[in-house]
Every structure is written in C-alpha cells, then in structure tokens.
Design a protein around this ligand. Structure first.
Ligand SMILES: *Cc1c(COP(=O)(O)O)cnc(C)c1O
Length: 223
C-alpha cells in the first residue's frame, strides 16, 4: 500500500469531527513530501531534534504537532512554529512554553497529557492534578498558552477491553471538564487518543484526533 492510499483510507473512514494527525517520526522528508503531495497537511513528531530540520526542509503550510515527552530546554526551538503540543505533562513545562511563546509573540495551543496507562513509563498528569492546575493562580498568570483539550496513551497491550476502559475514562474526564466552568484560556475541543494499533477503539470512545504513524508510513525501523 502506498502512503497516498493509506491516507485515502483514513480520510474515507474517519468521522467528520475527527482529525488525522500523520506521525512521521523516523521517516525521511521524502515520505512526508509524498503525503503532502496527496494533500495532507497535519504531521506530528515526538522529538524536537527531528522536528526542527523537517520543519525547515518542508513546505511552510504544514501544521506541525509535537506529541512526545518534551524537555523544557528544547521548547525554544519549536515555539516559533509549532501548531499544537499534545504532551504537556507538568506545570513547569507549560510555564516554559508560555515563556517561549511570549518571546516570539505567539499564543501556543496545548493539550494536557493524562496518564491513563498501566505502565509507569508513560508520562502525564492524574485527573486531580489537572483539576488543581486549572484552578491554580499560577496557571491564571500564563498569558501565551491556551489549553484546547486532553491527550492520552493507552497501555501497550493486546487486550482491547483494557484499552477501551482507559480511553473511556479519559473521555469521561474530558466531558466532565467540558461541562464545568473553565478559565477563559481553556476549552475542551480536542481529545487526542488512538494510534495505529488502537485508533478504532479510540474512535468508538469519542476521539477527535488520532495520531497515526505506521498505518500510514509503514513500520518504523529504529537503527
Ligand atoms: C509514535 C507515536 C504515535 C504513532 O504510533 P503508530 O503506532 O506508528 O501509529 C502516536 N502517539 C505518540 C505519542 C507516538 O509517540
């Protein structure tokens, strides 16, 4: 299957309120260009050192999303152009994004990453931490970031029921926040959940953004 036909498949099968984020990590710019030529414009990377050269090499109307764990000392490199950061997992990071956004006179949209998986290795807030963060004075002082939704990664397992439970829990929290009174800089528009192996379950559980890599570009080889 070609990149183009893979994209076609998703575009034909996704509900209209769900956006496809093409995860191009480890893939060469040629592969991204191929997707671009098939009129796709929304791509994501998980590493700043990979995102920046791709941003520089490729057409400027691409919307670049950052989906991996982000170190505070790297925020400055992506602040001028990043479209959405999915992986805000600490207040310290959000503060740094705000600071760097201020420097380049932008407001950067961010998602808060929730820890919904069993594995300790995955990053993210608990629900209580998010509730506390959104209510805190420190958060209200941030002028150059907006929170536009939530992101989560399910446990790496074959057990679809477990994955469904985790996504459903995240959706429940998303809806609860949406129904609550939120600060002006916060809106619950995006629920980023689902990747190649579990996007179908994620869609059934209300995802509005699926982050798909290998099902578009083929398997990754880490060498
Ligand atoms: C790599 C990655 C994806 C996409 O993974 P695939 O299995 O290739 O679809 C999605 N989200 C995050 C955070 C990733 O790091």
């Amino acid at each position: 299957m070609s990149i183009k036909s893979n994209l076609q498949f998703f575009l034909e099968n996704l509900p209209p309120d769900c956006q496809l984020i093409a995860v191009s990590k480890t893939k060469p710019t040629e592969a991204i260009q191929e997707a671009y030529d098939a009129r796709h414009r929304v791509f994501a990377e998980n590493k700043v050192q990979e995102l920046v050269p791709k941003y520089e090499a490729l057409p400027k109307d691409i919307q670049w999303h950052l989906i991996g764990h982000l170190q505070t000392n790297k925020v400055k490199y992506i602040a001028p152009f990043v479209h959405l950061i999915h992986s805000i997992d600490s207040f310290k990071l959000l503060e740094e994004v705000n600071k760097q956004a201020q420097k380049v006179d932008r407001t950067i949209p961010c998602l808060l990453q929730l820890h919904i998986a069993e594995e300790e290795t995955k990053f993210g807030f608990s629900e209580d931490e998010v509730t506390a963060l959104l209510a805190s004075d420190e958060f209200h002082k941030l002028t150059n970031v907006t929170i536009t939704g939530l992101m989560g990664m399910a446990t790496f397992t074959e057990n679809k029921e477990q994955i469904r439970r985790e996504f459903r829990g995240l959706r429940g929290f998303f809806e609860k926040l949406k129904a609550s009174s939120l600060p002006p800089a916060v809106s619950m528009r995006h629920l980023s959940m689902g990747m190649s192996s579990d996007y179908q379950v994620a869609l059934e559980e209300g995802s509005t953004m699926i982050r798909v890599g290998s099902a578009i570009f083929g398997e990754r080889s880490y060498t």
